[in-house]
Design a protein around this ligand. Structure first.
Ligand code: GTQ
Length: 349
């Protein structure tokens, strides 16, 4: 008859584990607490990158190598708690991309989806699916999974933007593919503005066909329209205590989020407005489009100026105080978590 487990010594257990290892077996009871925490504890840390600090280094990289040499000239925003992993949050990659006058970031496509939030410079464009769009400050621009894309700068200023990609998610699923186009720039088959006219005018083609699978057919949501909508919406009802005035970028074909794995939204906080704390399971990357605010994230407090980027890790309390009329762009993996039935939030007082 076997002895009751309770009577076994540490040494006996250890000896047993040592016999398990060669068979690629392990005792669950030694790791169960770590596998099933009572609530999430993000590996990411709250952090803020000041654009004023990063910009000189980004510009220096412009002298160091061409966009073509680099393929993408980007300074990766690495979460300080996860160095070397190219992650801003547990699941989201973020970077600052620079393209100098006359340059082209050559056409390629990959299964990870990308979003861009335009920060600086005039004259940049991106091409997706045979159509070009100008990239202007505050524009939210999308590169759908597996769509060829190249970026160019036909102006006279350096152009810079925030990149967000679902790279860590795709790597987790081991579903990453990448391919180069046969030229630096893809051929253009549609006039500028075509997608926005067809899908972003509150009207749709009679037989609306999705150009990019699960991703919105609009690939540039211009800041002008976003800003106007938020300000107009703020007149109709008081800002929400937790969300202030928040609207999400939507796919006009189904009303869902614009992208299948990355959720993106913009929050308008009128000057002096202070949100109540909330937390959600998605880790958030934010960039200030306009204004000035203080973001409290966990035990940190970050003053954000225009184009500063910050990270609020998952399940970490966050709140904002606007020192000026402020527009805060945010993205996270919320849409993926929602689809998997995992997303939760908690609203504090
Ligand atoms: O512009 O296609 O920041 O492929 C990282 C990987 C940007 C891009 C990044 C990319 C891109």
């Amino acid at each position: 008859m076997s002895t009751a487990a309770a009577s076994s010594t540490e040494a006996e257990r250890k000896a047993f584990y040592d016999r398990l290892a060669p068979q690629n077996l392990a005792p669950l009871w030694e790791v169960l607490r770590g596998l099933l925490p009572n609530e999430p504890k993000s590996k990411a840390a709250p952090h803020r990158w000041r654009y004023a600090d990063v910009r000189p280094l980004l510009m220096e990289s412009g002298d160091l190598l061409t966009a073509k040499e680099a393929e993408r000239r980007v300074l990766v925003l690495e979460n300080p708690a996860m160095p070397g992993q190219s992650r801003a949050t547990a699941t989201m990659y973020a970077g600052l991309q620079l393209i100098m006058p006359g340059e082209t970031a050559p056409a390629h496509r990959h299964t990870p989806s990308a979003l861009r939030f335009m920060l600086e410079g005039e004259g940049a464009f991106t091409a997706v699916g045979g159509e070009r769009t100008p990239m202007r400050r505050g524009d939210f621009i999308i590169t759908p999974s597996w769509a060829y894309h190249d970026h160019g700068n036909e102006g006279s200023d350096p152009c810079a933007w925030l990149d967000g990609l679902d790279l860590p998610l795709v790597a987790f699923f081991e579903a990453g593919f990448n391919e180069h186009y046969n030229d630096d720039r893809q051929s253009i088959v549609r006039p500028e503005g075509d997608s926005l006219a067809r899908f972003g005018s509150g009207m749709l083609p009679l037989a609306p066909v999705s150009r990019y699978g699960l991703t919105t057919p609009i690939f540039n949501y211009p800041y002008e329209r976003t800003r106007e909508a938020l300000v107009a919406a703020s007149k109709g009802e008081a800002p929400d205590a937790h969300e202030a005035v928040t609207m999400r970028y939507a796919n006009p074909l189904d009303g869902g989020w614009a992208m299948p794995t990355m959720a993106a939204w913009m929050t308008y906080l009128p000057k002096g407005f202070q949100t109540r704390p909330m937390r959600s399971t998605d880790g958030i990357v934010m960039a200030l489009a306009e204004g000035a605010l203080t973001a409290s994230v966990g035990d940190k407090s970050f003053d954000l100026s225009v184009s500063d980027v910050a990270v609020a890790p998952g399940w970490t309390w966050r709140s904002y105080t606007a020192t000026e009329d402020s527009f805060l762009f945010c993205f996270s993996d919320r849409v993926a978590q929602e689809k998997l039935g995992l997303w939760r939030e908690e609203r504090g007082r």
